[in-house]
Ligand binder design. Structure first.
Ligand SMILES: [Zn+2]
Length: 164
């Protein structure tokens, strides 16, 4: 079964041929300017496929200004030392957040925002809140509607790349 515009894995170093929808992961992005994506004018959807092997270690997003598909490496959940905190970082499949970290013993939550990788630290955040944020359908909505109104003390934006 074919999908228009999808022939191979979006990872050019892989190049595996697209055969079945059941394999790997298909991403469909709505685009306002299909011609800039090499699509016919009526097709307002950019579809990208990652084979199952690549989908395990990366995901895709669109750079809508430069009209390119970007591959984003998934971070493995690992403990890393950042800014003196022992953060456990979680992958976030979001257009505006690149990572969420949590130091359980010190109850500090870190959020790194795209596109400039600016991080904010939030203090005295209970583990249930961290879990609720991770489980939320839309991280941005949860932050705006539930998290921020609680008024956690915070620090940021912190310069430089925060998530290891
Ligand atoms: Zn692949």
């Amino acid at each position: 079964m074919g999908v228009p515009g999808v022939h191979t894995c979006a990872n050019s170093k892989c190049g595996q041929e697209f055969r079945r929808l059941a394999d790997g992961k298909l991403y469909a992005f709505t685009v306002d300017d299909p011609q800039n994506w090499g699509l016919p004018a009526h097709l307002k959807q950019k579809v990208v496929w990652l084979c199952s092997a690549c989908a395990e270690s990366m995901y895709v997003r669109l750079d809508r200004r430069r009209h390119v598909v970007q591959l984003v490496q998934r971070r493995t959940e690992a403990h890393v030392h950042t800014g003196g905190f022992r953060m456990k970082w979680s992958n976030v499949d979001s257009a505006s957040i690149s990572g969420i970290g949590y130091d359980k013993s010190r109850r500090v939550l870190a959020i790194e925002f795209l596109p400039h990788s600016k991080a904010y630290l939030y203090f005295d955040v209970p583990p249930e809140e961290h879990q609720a944020l991770l489980n939320s359908q839309s991280k941005v909505e949860y932050l705006d509607q539930v998290f921020k109104p609680k008024g956690y003390r915070y620090q940021g934006p912190l310069k430089g790349r925060w998530v290891a």
